[in-house]
Design a binder for this molecule. Structure first.
Ligand code: GDP
Length: 333
């Protein structure tokens, strides 16, 4: 593999992968995502070429992020929605960004008993979160996996994430629309409001509305109030709040109606195109940031000077500013 020419031609095996993905072969898609998720340097280069070859065939799907605390009913909801979407003629890919998986090695979609019906459906492709690396690294791979799924013809991409840490903002940065799945209880709502997640919600669905319809109605009105107090992110969209029941498969039509309404409004105003452009540029910058960091740590001059400078800074013999400057200048770029 020629490391100096990442845009060079694909080798025969990778061309086969690309052809397989474009021919909607699940096996090729799964192998492509495995290549994307690999942390081996030669695999990274191959994956880059494969994704570049797939890129012209992407962009037609609707990309939706779904977040909620563990137990909110995400997998039950995705299964109910997914089966309904398939009945409507859609093809659906489900990916995950799970910050806990990089710590525990587990994964929100790893448990095979989740979404059991959907798992076996040929119109659905379900992929657990990659478990290696930082949240940033995982997100990068999920973005590329999303493009591979689009090239394979899936027209609805759901990216699931848990309601902890930075994962929501990370996912919101790669999708067209971000949905919060909430439980009908006020404590939950307040948490989301405190964490600033409300700002990135394009739609709030109160799940488990079958248990206590009255509690669900109260939660809906609290959410509407909370959303009303915010300046809307788009002049063309006020995030709606709806009640659903994943278990009883209720609310799917209304849910999907809101998704389509949002998409139509964003396309008509040009906001969808602008958002995707901005996301692509942000993605490039975050790759540059991580690439520079990698280059920095791999540089022999940094390698040689770092231990001594770390010690000096910790002991107060050098200021952090002087040490950082010296290290950066040793890169000679
Ligand atoms: P996740 O952790 O967010 O993926 O949540 P799950 O989908 O695993 O659901 C957690 C629990 O809530 C399971 O026992 C589900 O059966 C239950 N559950 C999910 N949705 C509903 C719902 O709409 N109504 C009721 N009554 N239970 C639900």
């Amino acid at each position: 593999m020629d490391a100096s020419n990442p845009e060079g031609a694909l080798d025969a095996a990778d061309q086969q992968l690309v052809d397989g993905v474009l021919a909607k072969q699940r096996r090729s898609l799964a192998k492509t995502i495995t290549l994307i998720e690999s942390t081996r340097a030669d695999h990274l280069l191959r994956a880059q070429k494969v994704v570049a070859a797939l890129l012209p065939h992407t962009g037609r799907a609707i990309r939706i992020g779904i977040s909620g605390v563990p137990g909110a009913g995400k997998s039950t909801f995705i299964e109910a929605l997914g089966l309904w979407l398939i009945e409507q003629g859609h093809q659906l890919a489900v990916l995950a960004v799970d910050p806990s998986s990089s710590v525990s090695g587990g994964s929100i979609l790893g448990d095979k008993t989740r979404m059991e019906l959907l798992c076996h459906h040929k119109e659905a492709f379900i992929r657990p979160s990659p478990s290696a690396g930082s949240l940033g690294g995982v997100a990068e791979k999920t973005r590329e996996a999303m493009l591979a799924c689009e090239a394979a013809g899936y027209d609805v991409i759901l990216v699931e994430t848990v309601g902890v840490g930075q994962s929501e903002t990370t996912v919101a940065g790669m999708v067209d629309m971000f949905v919060l799945l909430q439980l009908p209880n006020a404590g939950d709502d307040l948490q989301a409001i405190k964490k600033g997640i409300v700002e990135i919600a394009d739609l709030v669905a109160i799940n488990k509305s079958d248990i206590d319809p009255q509690a669900s109605a109260i939660a809906r009105s609290q959410w509407k109030q909370a959303l009303h107090m915010l300046r809307p992110a788009s002049p063309n969209w006020r995030p709606p709040v709806i009640g659903v029941s994943a278990l009883k498969k209720e609310g799917m039509v209304e849910f999907w109606g809101e998704i389509e309404r949002f998409r139509a409004a964003m396309i008509a105003s040009g906001e969808l195109e602008a958002k995707r452009k901005k996301q692509a540029l942000n993605w490039m910058w975050s790759l540059i940031d991580s690439g520079l960091r990698h280059y920095f740590h791999a540089h022999p001059a940094v390698h040689a000077a770092l231990p001594g400078l770390l010690h000096d800074v910790a002991e107060g013999r050098t200021t952090p500013g002087v040490a950082a400057n010296r290290l950066l200048h040793s890169l000679e770029i």
